[in-house]
Design a protein around this ligand. Structure first.
Ligand SMILES: [Ca+2]
Length: 330
C-alpha cells in the first residue's frame, strides 16, 4: 500500500522533536517536507533544530527541510523559555548534510497541495503562521488538503500560557483564526486531550534501556519531564505534539466532536482563546450574524482522550525508530 503524503510543520521544541520521531516510527506516512516555524524558539533557531533533527533521524537525504515565515501574522511580542536554551533542552544537533532549501514553507504547502490534491495531510505542531500565510496567498489550498491536524487550543479547559489560551494559538492568534475560518478540513488537538495522554518515568526508563539509538530521545524527554516538574509540579509530561500526529492517522486516540472554532484575536485579556461552538448545541446560544456566519465552516475538535491508548503507542513507536548514531561535539 502506498504511504500517505504528509507535511509536518513544527517549531522544535522538545515535543516537536519526538513528534517527528513518532511520525517516522509509525511507518504510515510518506513525509514530503519538514517545515519550521517560530514558536518554542525564534524562527531561525527552529529551522536549525529542524535540520539537525532531520540529520539525527536519518532523513536529511530524503526529506527536504524548509524555513518558515520569519514573522508571525499577529504583531505580538512573546518570550519563550519553556523548552530550554536551544528549544531542544540543551541539545545542539549536528547540521543537516544537505544544502539549505530556498523555497519557504508556505510555498511548499501550496506546491505539495497541488501535486497531491485531495491526498495531502498537514500536521502542524507550532503556531499556524505558515499555514495561514499559505492560505492568504492561495485560498484554494483549503480545498486541496485532505486534512489539517493541528496541536493547539483549549476548547473547554483552561489555557497553559494565560488562563484561557494555549501557547500555539496565543503566539499567533490571527494566523489560527485565518486557518479555522478558511474552510480547510481540520482537527484541533488541544489541551482538552493532550493533557490526558502522559509520559512518565517508567516510559523514560524504557527509552534509557534501549541503547545508543534512543540516547538523544531519552535526554530530550528527561529535559521535558524536568520542565513540567519545575514549572508545574507534575511528575509526568503531556504528549502534546505527538498526539496530533497520532490523531492524523487514528482519531480514536481522542474523543472528538464536530463544531466551529473561533479564535479571540482582539482582546488583550483573552487573546488566543479558542471558543468552541459545538454543532450539537447550535441552538443554545445567540451570536451576532458575523459570528453565526462562521459556523458555515466546521471541524473536529478533540474534547478528551479516546479509547485507544496513545501513551503506550507513543513509546512503542519511538522504540521502533531509533536515531542514527552520533555523538554531541566535545
Ligand atoms: Ca510545538
Amino acid at each position: 500500500m502506498a504511504l500517505a503524503p504528509i507535511v509536518l510543520d513544527s517549531d522544535p521544541g522538545l515535543d516537536d522533536a519526538v513528534a517527528l520521531q513518532y511520525l517516522l516510527g509509525t511507518g504510515l506516512w510518506d513525509l514530503k517536507a519538514y517545515t519550521s516555524v517560530g514558536g518554542n524558539a525564534p524562527a531561525e533557531q527552529t529551522f536549525r533544530n529542524a535540520r539537525g533533527l532531520a540529520r539525527v533521524f536519518g532523513i536529511d537525504g530524503d526529506v527536504p527541510v524548509h524555513r518558515g515565515s520569519g514573522r508571525h501574522i499577529s504583531r505580538t511580542e512573546y518570550a519563550v523559555d519553556f523548552h530550554g536554551r536551544t528549544g531542544l533542552g540543551e541539545e545542539t544537533l549536528p547540521d543537516s548534510t544537505v544544502p539549505e532549501q530556498t523555497e519557504p514553507a508556505p510555498a511548499v504547502l501550496i506546491r505539495l497541495s497541488k501535486r497531491y490534491e485531495g491526498e495531502l495531510t498537514v500536521v502542524a505542531t507550532g503556531p499556524l503562521t505558515n499555514v495561514a500565510t499559505a492560505l492568504l496567498a492561495d485560498p484554494g489550498l483549503a480545498h486541496r488538503v485532505r486534512k489539517l491536524v493541528f496541536m493547539g487550543g483549549a476548547a473547554l479547559v483552561p489555557g497553559n500560557v494565560t488562563a484561557v489560551a494555549e501557547f500555539n494559538i496565543w503566539a499567533d492568534a490571527d494566523a489560527a483564526d485565518i486557518v479555522v475560518s478558511s474552510g480547510i478540513p481540520y482537527t484541533m488537538v488541544g489541551l482538552d486531550a493532550t493533557h490526558g495522554w502522559r509520559f512518565g518515568h517508567g516510559d523514560l526508563a524504557r527509552l534509557e534501556a534501549a541503547g545508543p539509538g534512543q540516547e538523544l530521545t531519552a535526554r530530550m524527554m528527561r529535559a521535558y519531564l524536568k520542565t513540567y516538574e519545575r514549572n508545574k509540579g507534575e511528575d509526568t509530561c503531556p504528549l502534546h505534539d505527538p498526539l496530533a500526529v497520532g490523531v492524523a492517522a487514528d482519531e480514536s486516540f481522542v474523543s472528538a466532536a464536530t463544531g466551529t472554532v473561533v479564535v479571540e484575536c482582539a482582546s488583550e485579556l483573552t487573546r488566543g482563546k479558542t471558543v468552541f461552538l459545538a454543532e450539537d448545541k447550535a441552538g443554545q446560544y445567540t451570536y451576532p450574524p458575523a459570528v453565526m456566519a462562521r459556523t458555515r465552516h466546521s471541524g473536529r475538535v478533540a474534547l478528551s482522550t479516546g479509547p485507544r491508548d496513545f501513551s503506550a503507542d507513543f513509546t512503542e513507536t519511538l522504540l521502533r525508530r531509533p536515531a542514527v548514531a552520533w555523538r554531541p561535539a566535545g
